[in-house]
Design a protein around this ligand. Structure first.
Ligand SMILES: [Zn+2]
Length: 297
């Protein structure tokens, strides 16, 4: 992908994308059930080559982690899908065997070097590398890290309430990728209102895609940026914030959070780091004719 290994500087911090996989050729009407073929045709010319499949009739989705270096710490924001996890109900993430840890090593980071893991939410493609398989059990991948997890997400996905149709894609994820790090004593909870973390970061509630989804604003030396998790899946939703993805669990809240983040990013000239944007995953958002425009960097 065009921006893998590119180093983004935000004041004293640097951010690099660690690619896990790009899922090609997803029909837009599957990913965005309310997006009509006419809607897609209107947006398609504005999309970058890597946002789209070879025929430009379908869309690509990236799954990646943001590697953040502060002057003191190494931080991973979301940990992609993980290897060897059993998700027969979800073939995109079933029994993967991908060189993610090698890519992290290529970026100069060994598992034991990671100081913090931030999870925006607890879906299958955001917590997978929290753990690795050792014989017949799951153990923390990053043994020296503190894992920061929204408490609302932990409470929901550990309860029977989450065993419903909307959460089918992530069934089993709490057990194989979250519970083992809790049992290892490595988890610190982020409360329902979010709040500041370390010197640079603020967790902000952006519920809807999932029940306790958080975005993470950060700033240094006047530069502002945000990791917004799954508030959006592609630049399509910058143009059409009313469109939810098929993986959004609480639809009205998801739309509300998307509009809130678009406003925030445009107003503050913040750099937006998109988790699933496949073409250029980093960019600015400006107001445009009553809507918004995506300007990749
Ligand atoms: Zn996701």
């Amino acid at each position: 992908m065009p921006d893998s290994n590119k180093v983004y500087k935000i004041g004293d911090l640097t951010v690099t994308k660690i690619e896990e996989q790009v899922i090609p050729g997803i029909p837009p009407g599957y990913l965005y059930p309310k997006l009509s073929p006419q809607d897609f045709a209107a947006i398609e010319p504005a999309l970058a080559p890597h946002d789209l499949g070879a025929t430009r009739a379908d869309v690509n989705i990236s799954v990646h982690t943001w590697l953040v270096r502060t002057p003191k710490h190494i931080i991973l924001v979301d940990t992609s899908s993980g290897n060897h996890k059993d998700h027969p109900q979800n073939p995109l993430f079933h029994q993967l065997n991908l060189p993610y840890l090698q890519r992290l090593a290529d970026a100069g980071v060994r598992p034991e070097d990671v100081d913090y893991v931030f999870n925006t939410h607890l879906h299958v493609d955001h917590v997978g590398w929290n753990t690795v398989r050792e014989k017949d059990k799951w153990i923390p991948t990053f043994p020296n890290a503190r894992y920061l997890i929204p408490s609302v997400e932990r409470d929901y996905y550990s309860s029977p309430a989450s065993h419903n149709e909307a959460n089918i894609p992530s069934l089993g994820t709490y057990e194989d990728s979250v519970l083992p790090v809790i049992e290892a004593g490595l988890v610190d909870s982020i409360g329902p209102d979010g709040g500041p973390v370390l010197d640079y970061f603020t967790f902000v509630p952006t519920p809807g895609h999932s029940i306790g989804h958080m975005s993470i604003e950060f700033s240094s030396n006047g530069d502002r940026a945000i990791f917004a998790g799954d508030v959006m899946h592609s630049p399509i939703q910058v143009v059409r914030p009313d469109i939810n993805s098929v993986f959004c669990e609480f639809l009205d809240q998801a739309t509300e959070s998307r509009r809130k983040i678009l406003d925030h990013v445009a107003q503050n000239d913040a750099l937006y780091f998109g988790t699933h944007f496949a073409g250029r995953s980093v960019g600015r958002i400006t107001r445009n004719d009553g809507g918004y425009l995506w300007i990749p960097e």
